[in-house]
Design a protein around this ligand. Structure first.
Ligand SMILES: NC(=O)c1ccc[n+]([C@@H]2O[C@H](COP(=O)([O-])OP(=O)(O)OC[C@H]3O[C@@H](n4cnc5c(N)ncnc54)[C@H](O)[C@@H]3O)[C@@H](O)[C@H]2O)c1
Length: 462
């Protein structure tokens, strides 16, 4: 089938790669020339300089004959004339009120409407699929807008995205469920043809529901995941920080081996970041409150996340004895989690921002893949230096912060002892070094970990 995807971000490219893998002919349109050039090149280094996702470069390369990336309005117009499906994979960031910013979607609808009008009466029916996460009531508004423009033979559907960054490609090729929300049998049929490989799959749940239900399911699922992580941070992790003789890893093992509870999300961290949890929960709270109901549980989950970041920062100062002004800091990790170069809503960078407000001498950042993104994020900040290796970043550091859960950071304790200043403070925002806390303490370091008490020399004890 001929498919148009608008938006070559994490969702748009993963969708494009997976649909091309299923044999469809895909055109991806974006306004970001750098991205379009990189993806069109089908070169790994180019692709990964924009989006670092395991398997993405391989798949884009393998299916380059069926994948067309463009920024050209004329090509866009030509594809609109005879495609069967248009996916809208546009950003819907959080605004100050918590509501989703729908301006990118609105702009694209304005661009597409006159192009769709030019389709001939003989063209097949067109299904416009909202893949962006949008407010539930926006779906009907979107339909009204199309109807007001007198578009003929066009349906609206919702196909929410459940991918997890870092595993976006495997998630798109082997999803647990595919949710299609539509209003007419024709549109369900078109999308079933597109997602043929999942319709009768023994491993994938293919769910056909109403468009609003599809979006509500997405928002609800994301909230439940977020709430799980916050239970881990704010209850399990906190217990292990403040009550005696508890080791986080032992306690969580007991919790997660209960099959009613399940194993996902039992990690402790300085913040639950990424482009979706905070944004979608804020939007959900806004939607519920706008209707006059209480969203206090959703709001409390958002507060728990902020509390987590602030508490670790305060502990660094009080328990870690850190004086920020004039000190050298090393931040290990910039991405919001391992396996991606995405720094949107990244706990590591939020923590760094708090430090920068208090004028450190230097804040060096090392991330295996997100260095260029961190550079852009802190452009113009002269105290920030992006380093190429962990060793260079650690040289004489007085405070070392682990901000991202890159697996390679787990073995860094000896390098920290070798390179950082003697008796440095280590803020382990991911508990990656927990096997080495005692060794670091004996070497004179102070370790302030999430999910555990501060580990330091007491009364000159060796
Ligand atoms: N990233 C995720 O893990 C994830 C998961 C599930 C759902 N979502 C949702 O999917 C949507 C997209 O997320 P994303 O992470 O892919 O965003 P993204 O920011 O990575 O990508 C969005 C793309 O849209 C492009 N764009 C913006 N305005 C445009 C315009 N007028 N015309 C053409 N292209 C335009 C941008 O240049 C960018 O490449 C959001 O609503 C998000 O909430 C994201």
């Amino acid at each position: 089938m001929k498919v148009l995807i608008i938006g070559a971000g994490f969702v748009g490219t993963a969708t494009a790669a997976a649909l091309a893998d299923a044999g469809h002919d895909i055109t991806v349109f974006d306004i970001d020339i750098r991205k379009i050039k990189a993806f069109a090149s089908a070169e790994r280094a180019e692709i990964e300089s924009c989006i670092f996702e395991e398997g993405l470069a391989d798949l884009l390369k393998r299916h380059k004959e069926r994948l067309h990336f463009t920024i050209d309005q004329k090509k866009l117009a030509a594809v609109v004339l005879d495609c069967e499906v248009i996916f809208l994979c546009l950003p819907t960031p959080r605004t100050a009120t918590g509501a989703a910013d729908l301006s990118a979607l609105e702009k694209v609808v304005k661009t597409l409407t006159p192009l769709i009008k030019k389709r001939s009466a003989k063209s097949p029916r067109l299904v416009m699929v909202i893949k962006s996460t949008v407010p539930i009531s926006y779906i009907a508004e979107f339909e009204k807008k199309l109807a007001a423009s007198d578009l003929k033979n066009v349906g609206v559907a919702v196909n929410p995205e459940f991918l997890a960054e870092g595993k976006a490609v495997s998630g798109s090729l082997h999803p647990e469920r595919v949710v299609v929300g539509a209003r007419t049998p024709e549109d369900f049929k078109t999308l079933a043809k597109l997602f043929q490989r999942f319709v009768n799959s023994a491993t994938v749940k293919y769910l056909e529901v109403g468009p609003e239900e599809a979006m509500a399911g997405k928002l609800a699922a994301n909230f439940v995941l977020f709430e799980r992580v916050m239970t881990c941070f704010d209850v399990v992790g906190r217990m292990c920080e403040v009550l005696p003789n508890l080791q986080f890893e032992q306690v969580r093992e007991i919790v997660k081996t209960d099959s009613r509870i399940g194993g996902w999300g039992w990690y402790d961290s300085l913040y639950a970041g990424g482009s979706c949890f905070v944004k979608d929960a804020s939007s959900l709270a806004y939607q519920i409150k706008k209707s006059g109901a209480s969203a206090s549980l959703v709001e409390e989950i958002l507060s728990a996340n902020e509390r987590q970041l602030n508490r670790l920062y305060e502990r660094m100062i009080k328990e870690g004895g850190v004086k920020i002004k004039g000190a050298i800091f090393t931040l290990l990790g910039a991405a919001f989690k391992q396996g991606t170069n995405d720094v949107r809503i990244s706990g590591a960078l939020y923590f760094a921002e708090k430090i920068l407000k208090q004028h450190p001498a230097e804040l060096r950042i090392f991330d295996p893949v997100a260095g260029p993104e961190a550079q852009k994020y802190f452009a113009g900040k002269k105290e920030v230096r992006i380093m190429k290796t962990a060793a260079a970043a650690l040289e004489n550091a007085q405070v070392v912060i682990i901000g991202t859960d890159w697996p390679e950071f787990q073995a860094l304790a000896p390098l920290i002892l070798d390179k950082a200043a003697p008796k440095c403070t280590i803020v382990d925002g991911r508990r990656l070094l927990h096997h080495d806390y005692e060794m670091l303490r004996r070497a004179g370091c102070t370790v302030v970990p999430v999910g555990g008490p501060t580990v330091k020399e007491i009364n000159g004890e060796e």
